[in-house]
Design a protein around this ligand. Sequence first.
Ligand code: GLC
Length: 557
Amino acid sequence: MDGSKEMGGLRNVSSVCSISEMDDFDLSRLLNKPKLNIERKRSFDERSLSELSIGLARGLDTYETTHSPGGRSGFGTPASSTRNSFEPHPMVADAWEALRRSMVYFRGQPVGTIAAYDHASEEVLNYDQVFVRDFVPSALAFLMNGEPDIVKHFLLKTLYLQGWEKRVDRFKLGEGVMPASFKVLHDPIRKTDSLVADFGESAIGRVAPVDSGFWWIILLRAYTKSTGDLSLAETPECQKGMRLILTLCLSEGFDTFPTLLCADGCSMIDRRMGIYGYPIEIQALFFMALRSASSLLKHDEEGKEFIERIVKRLHALSYHMRSYFWLDFQQLNDIYRYKTEEYSHTAVNKFNVIPDSIPDWVFDFMPTRGGYFIGNVSPARMDFRWFALGNCIAILSSLATHEQEMAIMDLIEARWEELVGEMPLKIAYPAIESHEWRIVTGCDPKNTRWSYHNGGSWPVLLWLLTAACIKTGRPQIARKAIDLAETRLLKDSWPEYYDGKVGRYIGKQARKYQTWSIAGYLVAKMMLEDPSHLGMISLEEDRQMKPMLKRSSSWTC
Ligand code: GLC
């Protein structure tokens, strides 16, 4: 955008006036609209709630009442806890207070939460910004607590930022790219607020966040589902925002795979960690965003065209992921015996994976019952590491078939010590060390073995695990994980991550009062307390997309 200038490492659209017009227009027009009847529209998408067979003690009879938004009883008081039939854990009130402290305002309106409110930490880095991915659990907590306005403001503010022209040096980024983060600058003298945003041009490594746009669409669906208010998603601005994101990821090129080719560090793991190529985290989010968009796009001329493209892509993507990323005992055994150098359509080992490249650890790690989507698949390369976020999103989006989602949960139970240990949940397993660490991370001192992205344990993942547990009818696993988190999180001041093989130590460079650790805990608690919340972040299997797997289905036995 014209008039932008570098400031504090971020591009600053300084002209408070220039942002104001369209901004205020957007916000006031959309927010001051008389609130639609917020009665939930059950017909809006997949009836996922009524299809839930979660086998929990609580019935779904509380669904309508617990979902009607509003009714927050006062500052710092979670609406959900006032509705409890049992005493809330003392940590809950503390968490709400900390979450509210992290709220960021733009011209008096809440627009997000900062990544960490850690005053003890010497270096702020960029933790004083609103990260798109970090805000998701905050948003869900607010939605579950009947406070949708902050989510609406956030969606509109980031949508507005999407409209900025984005450049790295002399190169222009795609129009649809959503920011990784943004910051509100308050000018106490002029009494004005302005925005700065980072689309990757200030980030370490200069990588654009591929996940931001997907989270944005997923959150728009969560908002719509939670409030029943379709009017936001149906605005021309939101429809265009979605189409721009989709244009980026549905474009045709040299690809021979339906998966999305990515640079290292383009998602939650935002430093070099060997996840370049086709990382599971992005593929799962891509799948979920496509499904969410197809339920939000209007069936007008432009919308219809995108919906058609989405349907085709989903078909190919689910086939590819379910066939080639899936690993269980049977499949591992098949790969172990693969022939190589096969040519033509009859090839079994399509990507020419050399069995010698299978790491030793995976043979012990693989239980007889269970399986998971591996980290990456590309020519002659399978990254066998387990990644928590991708697998949980695969469950929530129904990228995983019913059998596969059960197998993922079986694996988590069978490998509890490795994947959960003393603090839920390992971001990736196992850690890479020594020579491999040098080559793969480029000697990254923050990503040493069992720390940070390299096998560290991230409390934020608790909400994803809990959601996956509820969807698969295993709430007792979530309960166990939450109990573990409750022994430490508050006492340790809500760290960003834990280190060590079982996650026993507070992370070496972990922030305290990390917002998504706090929000993730609240979301996990609220979902377990009222499983009907799951509907806003979960999609039931699309029956038309039923898999036709030709490969082994060992997980059924
Ligand atoms: C770290 C994490 C990233 C997160 C950011 C803010 O960079 O790797 O996923 O968004 O901190 O919390």
